[in-house]
Design a protein. Structure first.
Length: 279
């Protein structure tokens, strides 16, 4: 909120001048990606409303092409994990948090309850050696994707895990903006975009284009966010291979209504702009 108070005098007079607005935001709020993402989402919402179309239509996208979203199961005691997996019964794909000494217990506990496709997210919790050592277990458990196995700055470690793994590797914390992607080519199979990390919807679109130019798969992720943040990201999901937009589903009270998700299937709003309303 403190960062946002700097923004008003810097924005262009024309709200549709999105490139000029983004340049001003980057100059003044370069370190505050989440604040920049908030203003970017607001400006795109206004642009869509001025033109009378939802953002996905403004971009010429087909909402039916959005991939199914995964649902995250966090680290916890085995009994709690089992309960979480059962509660997630409507979701066809699960993302399991790993990266601790209890990884095998965590995965076997999940597999005791379900045979659904699993993706894992280590959040940089392994060394390259530990990640490679876990690959046989991950294969045995039928894991189809490994997100951020090593620390964000460990590009050599990412490359080593990638060479050793038959499971696709996706960079999350190692990839913040489009300029990070060329250095990751050959070291991973894909990259993950988060609006609160990259700083704007326009940067997200650039990341998609750069990743595609390097032959990489593209995923979108999220923090624990309301439907306002989730819906902003949902509008570009038809361009992606992988989706993990369950943040609003993890909230007890979501103050907004926007993109809906039933059994992992996203339905994008048809109202102009982001299509988000207060609950």
């Amino acid at each position: 909120m403190a960062a946002l108070r700097q923004v008003a005098p810097l924005l262009p007079v024309d709200p549709l001048d999105l490139e000029r607005a983004e340049a001003a935001l980057l100059r003044s709020l370069g370190a505050h990606a989440s604040a920049r993402a908030a203003v970017s989402a607001a400006l795109h919402d206004l642009a869509g409303k001025r033109l009378g179309v939802p953002l996905w239509k403004l971009w010429g996208l087909d909402p039916a092409r959005a991939p199914l979203s995964s649902f995250t199961i966090g680290l916890d005691a085995p009994d709690v994990v089992r309960a979480k997996v059962r509660e997630a019964a409507p979701y066809p794909i699960l993302k399991i948090k790993v990266g601790t000494a209890e990884d095998e217990t965590m995965l076997r506990t999940v597999r005791d309850v379900t045979d659904k496709p699993l993706r894992v997210d280590a959040n940089g919790g392994w060394s390259a050696k530990e990640a490679v050592a876990r690959l046989p277990l991950l294969e045995e458990m039928g894991v189809e994707l490994i997100e951020q196995p090593v620390a964000p700055a460990d590009r050599e470690g990412l490359a080593a895990v990638h060479r050793a793994s038959r499971i696709p590797i996706v960079a999350d914390e190692s990839c913040r903006v489009a300029a990070d992607i060329p250095g990751l080519a050959g070291a991973v199979d894909g990259i993950s975009i988060k609006l609160a990390k990259c700083g704007s919807l326009r940067e997200a679109l650039r990341m998609i284009a750069v990743a595609r130019a390097h032959g990489l798969r593209v995923m979108v992720g999220c923090m624990v966010e309301t439907s306002l943040g989730i819906t902003a990201a949902a509008h570009f999901t038809p361009l992606l291979d992988l989706v993990d937009l369950d943040g609003a589903a993890l909230l007890a009270h979501d103050p907004f209504v926007g993109a809906s998700m039933v059994a992992g299937r996203l339905t994008l709003p048809t109202a102009p702009g982001l299509g988000v309303t207060r609950r």
